[in-house]
Design a protein around this ligand. Sequence first.
Ligand code: NAI
Length: 286
Amino acid sequence: MEIRQISVIGAGQMGSGIAQVAAQAGFQVTLLDVSEAFVKRGMERIARQLERGVAKGKWTAAEKDAVLSRLQPTVQLEEAAKDADMVIEAVVEKMEVKTDLFRQLDQKCPTHTILASNTSSLPITEIAAATSRPERVIGMHFMNPVPVMKLVEIIRGLATQDEVYAIVKELAEAMGKVPVEVNDFPGFVSNRVLMPMINEAIYAVYEGVAEPEAVDQVMKLGMNHPMGPLTLADFIGLDTCLYIMETLYEGFGDSKYRPCPLLRKYVKAGWLGKKSGRGFYQYEGE
Ligand code: NAI
């Protein structure tokens, strides 16, 4: 089976990055979000990224235009579904939103279409169970920012076919990424290891051990992390961090995954990190 047409659902920070690298790899890409304004924002983000690449001499203006010509924005799910060989979902990290979307995609996509989720932590097996094709559902977990980060965790659900895994692995490589195979457990590998560290860093602030800047300095200078955990949390999105901690907490039933109350408080306040302009730090513009 050959992949030609890829539809990316969700034009936020991850979806726009995935759409960009897919179009750069030569695929025809449809990018969908719930409103014209959100799709436009995603398309503008891609155009900005590509412009920056031209300015840095990474590619030419003609190459940028060719990439943009392979991208088709839409708000119609039928439009995104009808010719897709592959769908990559990158909507909000909530199980009911994802299962509802996969149910609709299952009905509207051709039978050969592979349905992938970019979920950070939710069980692929459960998402797959909402469809009549669990063998063609898989996790394709890109890292943020997608155009820069090499890793794609590929998560096999309980029913995922070997053939589907092989196609998705090849697709990740065609997109210039390094795929790593993992099984379907809460948080997979990346967020099972990363997110408790971020949560602990938030506890350190919550309990008055140190200011956010100090926590980040310790991890950067002491552990050689390129970015402190609180800066990273702001970058990921504090809402996404909270959803992932909740998935770990529920999935393992272990109190060591309890989300820090300060994280909950920030999310309730609408302090979602970089994307909302405020989290552990304050940001201007995008
Ligand atoms: P985001 O908040 O930037 O974007 C989500 C987008 O999905 C929004 O534009 C929203 O309007 C759209 N959306 C919501 N429901 C929709 C629906 N039913 N149909 C179409 N579009 C819909 O979030 P972000 O950061 O891009 O995350 C998306 C997914 O990627 C989540 O599952 C998250 O866990 C995962 N992820 C996030 C990473 C990060 O660092 N932020 C890293 C890797 C994965």
